[in-house]
Ligand binder design. Structure first.
Ligand code: ADP
Ligand code: MG
Length: 262
């Protein structure tokens, strides 16, 4: 099978004043084209570091990151990124913010086509009518929707999301999960999602990778064998509950709290 992302034996330590801080230890993760990989792990174990390595923003001490059959050696335009903080530019309208990656990646693309592409995405995420607003005029959930559109407007090979829904309230977050699934159904992309929400990992993921405590290794991999057209109700089904329990146990082990009674 063709993997879009191959992380092979990646090991990394930050150099700090008090000596090297090992963060990733022989990490292996493969994501086939079109699949959605959710990554969970204890706080501080190296998840954000992993996103920076996939995006080519830093190089690992050892090991290799491959994207689409090419070794990653620097930043790539074929990667889309979304973070907990949507980082939209206040002096641009929502539409102008979403168009931004196209201005960089496809400077020759006619303005009308760029706008059509952005408007199509904004409509899909429920932001039709808000395209001429400024970011500060939108709610947190709406800003995150706009930032998702911006992350995929140029059809990146891979979308990397680092706890994108972490700052939202529970209901808004669940709405966005559904939006993510709708987006993926409409235009397939390969995705790596860092999250600390196990329900989110099961609802959105095709696979869930559990990382160990720092330095992170791949501690467990769960195949999410739920139907592709799942709705939120599926999280109450026994099969999903079993997966959540399994992941909860794995996180406990990762946190080094195996055997604790609470
Ligand atoms: P996570 O996203 O899983 O919480 P990070 O990848 O952000 O973890 O960080 C892993 C560890 O590396 C943390 O202990 C963090 O303090 C440390 N760290 C992150 N970035 C740097 C850096 N640029 N220099 C030194 N230490 C760092
Ligand atoms: Mg992080």
């Amino acid at each position: 099978m063709d993997n879009l992302i191959d992380i092979k034996g990646v090991t990394h330590a930050y150099r700090t004043k008090s000596g090297p801080l090992p963060v990733l230890d022989d990490l292996n993760i493969s994501v086939p084209e079109g699949e959605f990989a959710a990554v969970v792990g204890p706080s501080g174990c190296g998840k954000s570091t992993l996103t920076r390595l996939i995006a080519g923003l830093m190089k690992p001490d050892r090991g290799e990151v491959w994207l689409h059959g090419e070794r990653v050696t620097g930043p790539r335009r074929t990667v889309g990124m979304a973070f907990q903080n949507p980082v939209l530019l206040e002096w641009r309208t929502i539409l102008q913010n979403v168009i931004l990656p196209l201005e960089i990646v496809a400077p020759g693309m006619p303005r009308r086509d760029r706008e059509a592409r952005a408007l199509h995405l904004l409509e899909m995420v429920g932001l039709k009518g808000f395209e001429h607003k400024r970011p500060s005029e939108l709610s947190g959930g709406m800003r995150q929707r706009a930032s998702l559109c911006r992350a995929i407007v140029h059809k990146p090979d891979v979308l990397i999301m680092d706890e994108p829904f972490g700052a939202l309230d529970a209901f808004t977050r669940e709405d966005l999960w559904q939006t993510m699934r709708d987006l993926r159904a409409a235009e397939p992309f390969t995705c790596v999602l860092i999250t600390h929400d196990l329900r989110e990992s099961v609802f959105l993921g095709d696979q869930v990778f559990v990382l160990s405590g720092r330095p992170a290794r791949t501690q467990a991999v769960l195949d999410v064998t739920l139907p592709a057209d799942r709705t939120l109700d599926i999280l109450f089904e026994p099969e999903a509950q079993d997966m959540l329990h399994y992941l909860r146990d794995q996180i406990r082990i990762a946190q080094g709290r195996d055997g604790e009674t609470h």
